[in-house]
Design a binder for this molecule. Structure first.
Ligand code: UDP
Length: 341
């Protein structure tokens, strides 16, 4: 059934890819984004790619309750996907209060607005970083949480708030998707990752090295207890992550309350492996140097993706070579991000 889905952070990296998936599957999409880390041009590309217009695009900070209320008043929203948040581990160590304010404050304001407007269905963008420093590989959803940085803590607190809200309001249906490390881009090369300022995440940083905007990648630590000493992550194609959100919307009515599901591939890659794979996609070596560990990092995070597979028959379909090739296609055609277009 086509629905009207409000996507917060819809112009961002995962948000924009999810908007395309939703539009491609017949849903109407309303975007709320303050463009603090995204370009409005991403939404032009989304509409061009999908061949359909958005039902609305609103430049709103979620903490502005009056503005948010007017968005809910203007659209008959069936479900919300909530991406809008700050998302960088290292930055969160430097400015933790901003992370609490934007991530927890934004989620609280959104929940209040949904409550006021009778919207009871939500897909929440959560994170594998919640698991923290654990020796467990792979990580199932029942693994205890142990956030090691303010970003992860903010996501964990949001999950707890959502759980409390669901206990008080049994009509609420919430799915928290804990995704691992989304990278890549739409295979068309029309949308991709375009962070504001110097990238915090490893793949966009490398991609900007590849087009000459940055000199070399700093690999944060090579003395971790992993096969090559660099951190291992479960990189997952952003189009798989977007598809997971689209499928989650279809499953919101399966049951009420809060459900927590991993989105990952179940396979890990080290930073040096990622450098090698991305270099292969680009066709020349990406310069890098080994640097100190980054505060807040953990050695290894790899998903056990079996719960979502059992629940929905859903699994990722794209591998690391696809992720690197698609990320490079976007960066090569947009060396300065959406401003290049
Ligand atoms: N990383 C790195 N250099 C960078 C950025 C990240 O070596 O410039 C490493 C980081 O230490 C981690 C991995 O790459 O082990 C993934 O980091 P990212 O910030 O992309 O995602 P996170 O796992 O922190 O959510």
């Amino acid at each position: 059934m086509p629905q009207t889905v409000l996507v917060t952070g819809g112009a961002g990296f995962i948000g924009s890819h999810t908007c395309v998936e939703l539009l491609d599957h017949g849903h109407d999409v309303v975007v709320v984004d303050d463009h603090s880390n995204s370009s409005p041009h991403a939404l032009d590309a989304v509409q061009k790619l999908a061949g359909r217009p958005l039902a609305g695009a609103h430049r709103v900070d979620l903490r502005d309750r009056a503005a948010l209320d007017s968005v809910f008043a203007a659209h008959d929203v069936d479900a919300v996907i909530h991406f809008a948040a700050k998302k960088a581990v290292g930055e969160s160590m430097r400015i933790p209060l901003d992370y609490f304010d934007v991530n927890i404050g934004g989620t609280t304001a959104l929940l209040c607005a949904m409550h006021e407007h009778g919207v009871r269905r939500l897909v929440f963008s959560s994170s594998c970083s919640i698991y923290g420093d654990t020796a467990t590989v792979p990580l199932g959803e029942d693994e205890p949480a142990g956030p090691t940085n303010p970003y992860a803590r903010s996501k964990h607190i949001c999950e707890q708030l959502l759980g409390d809200a669901c206990r008080r309001y049994p009509e609420l249906s919430v799915i928290a998707l804990r995704y691992f490390n989304p990278i890549g881009a739409h295979p068309s090369g029309m949308i991709g990752e375009d962070p504001t300022g110097v990238p915090n995440n490893v793949l966009p940083y490398m991609a900007q090295v590849a087009v000459g905007r940055l000199d070399e990648l700093a690999v944060f630590g090579d003395d971790y207890p992993t096969p090559d000493g660099t951190c291992v992550r479960d990189y997952v194609h952003v189009v798989d992550v977007a598809d997971g959100h689209r499928v989650a919307v279809d499953h919101l009515d399966d049951e009420a309350g809060l459900r927590v599901l991993n989105l990952g591939t179940g396979t890990g890659a080290s930073v040096l492996e990622l450098v090698a794979r991305f270099s292969a996609a680009v066709g020349r070596p990406i310069p890098y140097r080994i640097a100190d560990r980054r505060a807040g990092d953990v050695p290894i995070l790899v998903a056990d993706p079996s719960r979502v597979a059992a629940a929905w028959g859903w699994r990722t379909t794209r591998d690391l070579a696809d992720m690197c090739a698609d990320a490079w296609k976007f960066q090569r055609s947009h060396p300065h991000g959406y401003r290049s277009a």
